[in-house]
Design a protein around this ligand. Structure first.
Ligand SMILES: Cc1cc2nc3c(=O)[nH]c(=O)nc-3n(C[C@H](O)[C@H](O)[C@H](O)COP(=O)(O)OP(=O)(O)OC[C@H]3O[C@@H](n4cnc5c(N)ncnc54)[C@H](O)[C@@H]3O)c2cc1C
Length: 393
């Protein structure tokens, strides 16, 4: 019997498996698809995600990774380039298709010693008489382990089967993306257009491989006509991007953005929730990969401590620290993010914020640091103080 079963081998699952295997634990990852496979995403990695990739030992100097310097914000006729803040994170972001990224991370976990079963769909949790999760069922049979990590994404069937439905008081957003061939595929800035719709934005992320990942994110609603929004926006992008139907190399595909801890608690006896299964996307930006990798690291640290505990009671106490460790890491910035996203649902606030913001680079730099959750508490006193004022709920 393995020490840990991980359900899902997206960024959260593979990172958790990698950390656990590296510390000598037996880990079995069950993944319903087979790598490499497509995953709908913007493919943008902020310095926060880069830090986690470096911590995992992923070789980001290998061919295929494309670095970016920061964010270019556009609203009306104003534009502003903001390099990533110098706050202790790596000074660059990356792009990499999820087709590649998830494959690389899954291989990385296997190289660290995890066992990966692909084409293996988890259909239900297994529980003992007390209700504790003791494993999972797949089409092929039953798998048991003292601890199970849910990393099965936004719809997390595993969590739903245990009664953990998305919270109604937390919005679920939506995003959709399409790839285009573009002469500007190697633009060194991630570009965000802020004047498309309240509480939403359009993005252009150069992939450095001849294409751009182009999409729209709506932070407050899962019901929207993303195709109409994207088409209307792309019709007014500068022609040098080349976003015409002829240059489209994929269909438009979208998926949900579970943000600001839409599903809680993050621990049920025997089961830890990581990444999208626990709604761990930043509510003000839609970024989820860095947070999934971070939660995976925290989950692995928690599990390692629990399995080293001398008694079953001490083990359980260690596991129960996981939700507060997650809240401690990002609860406050997520509360700020939810407040911000709610405010900019009002078109007047959105317009005022973007116009005034783009006219004031220091203010925008500050907002990027704060809302992008890239503050360095030891150096950035105001941002850190504002973050501390928000409750970690
Ligand atoms: C259009 C769009 C654009 C986005 N852009 C960005 C971006 O640019 N940057 C960013 O940081 N975030 C972005 N996000 C968010 C990001 O995609 C997610 O936060 C991230 O994928 C979460 O990783 P995860 O490992 O938790 O879940 P997932 O990546 O969803 O992985 C879950 C895994 O579990 C597997 N699985 C599911 N059910 C089962 C089952 N029953 N049995 C076995 N396996 C199962 C799935 O096949 C999958 O491999 C975007 C999201 C969308 C929808």
């Amino acid at each position: 019997m393995p020490d840990v079963i991980v359900v899902g081998a997206g960024p959260a699952g593979s990172a958790a498996a990698c950390h656990l295997a590296r510390s000598g634990l037996d880990v079995h990852v069950l993944e319903k698809s087979a790598f490499p496979r497509e995953k709908v995403c913007g493919d943008g990695l902020t310095p926060r995600a880069v830090r986690e990739l470096l911590d995992l030992g992923v070789d980001i100097d290998a061919p295929g990774w494309f670095r970016n310097r920061g964010l270019r914000l556009i609203a009306g006729d104003r534009r502003l380039e903001l390099p990533w803040p110098d706050t202790g994170y790596p000074p660059f972001g990356l792009t990499r298709t999820r087709h590649d990224l998830d494959d690389i991370l899954a291989r990385h976990a296997v190289a660290a010693g995890a066992v990966l079963s692909q084409n293996t769909k988890v259909t239900a949790p297994l529980r003992d008489r007390t209700g504790r999760v003791t494993g999972v069922r797949t089409d092929a049979g039953e798998h048991r382990a003292p601890i199970v990590i849910a990393a099965d994404g936004a719809s997390s069937r595993l969590s739903v089967a245990l009664g953990l439905h998305p919270r109604r008081d937390r919005p679920i957003g939506t995003a959709a993306r399409r790839y285009y061939r573009s002469p500007r595929h190697d633009d060194p800035y991630l570009e965000a257009w802020l004047d498309l719709v309240p509480a939403g934005y359009g993005w252009v992320f150069g992939m450095g491989d001849g294409t751009c990942n182009v999409g729209v994110a709506l932070l407050r609603t899962a019901h929207a006509d993303t195709r109409r929004l994207l088409d209307g926006w792309l019709a007014r992008t500068p022609p040098d991007w080349g976003f015409t139907e002829d240059n489209a190399v994929s269909p438009l595909r979208g998926a949900a953005l579970p943000m600001g801890y839409t599903r809680r608690p993050h621990y049920l006896p025997g089961l830890l929730l990581t990444g999208d299964s626990g709604g761990m996307i930043n509510p003000s930006t839609g970024e989820g990969i860095g947070y999934a990798l971070e939660a995976a690291r925290i989950a692995a640290e928690t599990v390692r401590a629990a399995l080293a505990a001398p008694t079953p009671g001490a083990r359980e106490r260690a596991l129960y620290t996981y939700p507060s460790a997650i809240r401690q890491a990002n609860g406050r910035p997520f509360t700020l993010g939810r407040t911000f996203a709610r405010a900019i649902e009002n078109p007047l606030v959105m317009r005022a914020a973007t116009r005034a913001g783009l006219a004031n680079p220091p203010l925008m730099r500050f907002a990027l640091t704060l809302l992008g959750n890239l503050t360095d508490p030891s150096a950035d006193h105001l941002a850190a103080a504002l973050t501390r004022l928000a409750p970690a709920s």
